[in-house]
Design a protein around this ligand. Structure first.
Ligand SMILES: Nc1ncnc2c1ncn2[C@@H]1O[C@H](COP(=O)(O)OP(=O)(O)OP(=O)(O)O)[C@@H](O)[C@H]1O
Length: 236
């Protein structure tokens, strides 16, 4: 059973089509990496899955329902590139605010704080946190509702290698519990941590394969070179 099914997704932003006839599925318990150069349409694709993008044509079904359905609000977690948290509140106050909206319990707040490694910092104001810490608070808010689908837009940007490793460990743990994860990155070395890769180029899906399958089909040694091989071979 697919958790996400996208068929013929075309998105128009301004006067231009920024996604062209994109089709793919996502499966539970899998981490799918969404890779592509800046401007290739990664954020637009994620926004379409979450149901906050306008100008959408085609079919986007999430957990059996049309993307953006009210019933999906608790079941889909979305972490945007810019942390969506209130800087004049503490970590705990932010989480209490979002927990109230979602109907999540106080116990759940403690759980997510532990998952993102911020349990001992809950009283600290967001404004005094580092960028990486803010990103983890943002992730914690997305986890509050125990989502079945987690959509993460470049969650490891600006994080040091230890935090990046820890966060990928957390993603793997969540996938192990059945969560469907879509994570965008333009750091190609993170691609090898994914079960599957979607490569976007100029709004078109140019590859959909496992990391090993991608290297084998392009005869390359790493995802960066695989991407270049595909980009050079594909018509713009
Ligand atoms: N509000 C908008 N109006 C018109 N065009 C837009 C708008 N927002 C984004 N675009 C265009 O849509 C295309 C895809 O943008 P998108 O943000 O999805 O790319 P991305 O792959 O996520 O890039 P990055 O890695 O830099 O975040 C870009 O060409 C961008 O200029």
């Amino acid at each position: 059973m697919h958790s996400v099914e996208v068929q013929g997704l075309t998105v128009t932003r301004g006067r231009a089509d920024v996604l062209h006839e994109v089709s793919f599925t996502l499966e539970p318990s899998r981490i799918t990496g969404l890779l592509g150069p800046s401007g290739s349409g990664k954020t637009t694709l994620m926004r379409a899955l979450v149901g906050v993008q306008s100008g959408v044509a085609g079919m986007v079904t999430v957990l059996g329902l049309p993307a953006g359905s009210a019933a999906l609000r608790h079941r889909v977690g979305y972490v945007t590139q810019a942390p969506a948290v209130y800087t004049d509140l503490s970590i705990a106050e932010n989480l209490r605010y979002f927990a109230a909206i979602l109907g999540a319990s106080a116990g759940r707040i403690s759980e997510v704080l532990t998952e993102v490694g911020l349990a001992t910092r809950s009283g600290q104001l967001i404004g005094s946190l580092s960028g990486g810490e803010r990103a983890r608070v943002s992730l914690a808010t997305a986890l509050l509702g125990t989502p079945d689908l987690l959509v993460l837009d470049e969650p490891t940007v600006g994080l040091d290698p230890v935090l990046r490793r820890d966060l990928w460990g957390l993603f793997r743990h969540l996938a192990g519990a059945g969560t469907t994860i879509l994570v965008s990155s333009h750091v190609m070395d993170e691609a090898s941590r994914c079960d599957r890769l979607l490569l976007l180029r100029e709004g078109r899906l140019v590859a959909d394969d496992s990391p090993a399958g991608l290297l084998a089909s392009t005869g390359t040694a790493d995802v960066e070179h695989a991407f270049l091989a595909i980009a050079e071979g594909a018509p713009a």
